[in-house]
Design a protein around this ligand. Sequence first.
Ligand SMILES: NC(=O)c1ccc[n+]([C@@H]2O[C@H](COP(=O)([O-])OP(=O)(O)OC[C@H]3O[C@@H](n4cnc5c(N)ncnc54)[C@H](O)[C@@H]3O)[C@@H](O)[C@H]2O)c1
Length: 479
Amino acid sequence: MHVVKRVEELIPAGVQEAFDRLQARRWDVARRDAKERLARLEKLQQLILARREALADAIHQDFRKPRAEVEATEVMPVLQELAYIRKHLKAWMKPRKVTTPLMLAGTSSHVRYEPRGVVLVMAPWNYPFNLLVSPLVAAVAAGNTVLCKPSEKTPNTARFLAELIRDAFPDDEVALVEGGPEVGDALLRLPFDHIFFTGGPRVGRRVMEAAAKHLTSVTLELGGKSPVIVDATADVTTTAERVVWGKFLNAGQTCIAPDHVWVHASKEEALLAAMREALERFYGRSEEARRASLDFCRLVDDAAFKRVRGLMDRAVTEGARVVVGGGVDAETRYIAPTVLADVTPESPIMEEEIFGPVLPVLRYESLDEVVGHVRAEGKPLALYVFSQDEATVERVLRETSAGGTCINTVVLHNANPHLPFGGVGQSGLGAYHGETGFRTFSHERAVLRQGRTSLAHLFFPPYTGKAQKLARLASRLFE
Ligand SMILES: NC(=O)c1ccc[n+]([C@@H]2O[C@H](COP(=O)([O-])OP(=O)(O)OC[C@H]3O[C@@H](n4cnc5c(N)ncnc54)[C@H](O)[C@@H]3O)[C@@H](O)[C@H]2O)c1
């Protein structure tokens, strides 16, 4: 017999209790001024600084991420975010006065930034520290209580995070629950005030469906295929090294990694040769040297290894040429940094986000053609354009849509806290970083105060015709 469980039975006791504690404390936490909020974040920062070696060990154990990459892509962005918040939080929290239209003479208005309440931060595994702690600090800065869930695919980092959060915050202000999809599913049944989710579009859709039940607002930081366009005027050497760096960082397991490259036919062979050169300079001149390189990560699990290997093998079977790479080692989940040429839009590797160290290069003849392809692929999280021609750059910006764009480089827009970071359409909804993060975790409350004099009584019933005449007169102001 099929047994339908009640909602309460689907939520593990520990999870429900953690939520209830955060719920009970939310109004006290919401009242805090900037100084008190910053004191909490200060403690977190001290613990991060004291434990950065342990963090590097944990992430290394999870997928052999090099220490230098842990510093540059996990620790530094979080410290930068904390420093930026420290500098600006007081100003961000200030109510913002707005002007008063003539019709409302006698009133004054302002916008207050109030915390959303109890928020859920669900993180992916690929930058397991940064992508949990960055939204967390924005949420705390905005005065929320927070429940976090790291990914089960990076268990060492999840354990590190659990201890860090436990030591940095009282458990009725910030809590962390570990677990996989079942725990994620249970969390999504709770009536949070906001859900901040980073992960794939499949689970993102599930988050939005679950949020609809409680009319919970969501921020979705998703993924997709981020293209690179290299036109005929681009500098081939610098283009190659920047694209190769951004692609093979984290072994291609980066949401804003260049997924594939569209290169103008006149530059194709030169670009491929320069990419090969850059890749060998970065990771080693031979396949053995690259396999032994300490600067190159592994795929996170067997499923990821099988999926990326399958994509690469099918592309080659269907006619792609291996320019460099192509090797694999299932035991260590190693896929060589690989560049593929002669790939076409119909190739299976163009069907889904690659999320691994394989870079297909496609050639194009006209900008119209490549713009058409990019539009057909949906709105990506990032789109990169390499060109010395301002008109080309402007056309690409005007005729396509993407979460973010870098011109003549890749990935770095993510590192500027003055820029909002987020997707559009299938690549996400909402944004964070810096002030945008504070606003994301705040509700903009509209406040209007009536002074002594008021024109409103002119519109009170009974309507003698005077009110209508006045409204008509007033509407002339807008003609
Ligand atoms: N936009 C961004 O900032 C950004 C950053 C990093 C990664 N990503 C994207 O994330 C994806 C890779 O990360 P991933 O594999 O960890 O993503 P994922 O969607 O599989 O998992 C993300 C989180 O959701 C949880 N989860 C999984 N299944 C669930 C379910 N059925 N119900 C509830 N929760 C569930 C996981 O445990 C994890 O905590 C890629 O698509 C990548 O592009 C986006």
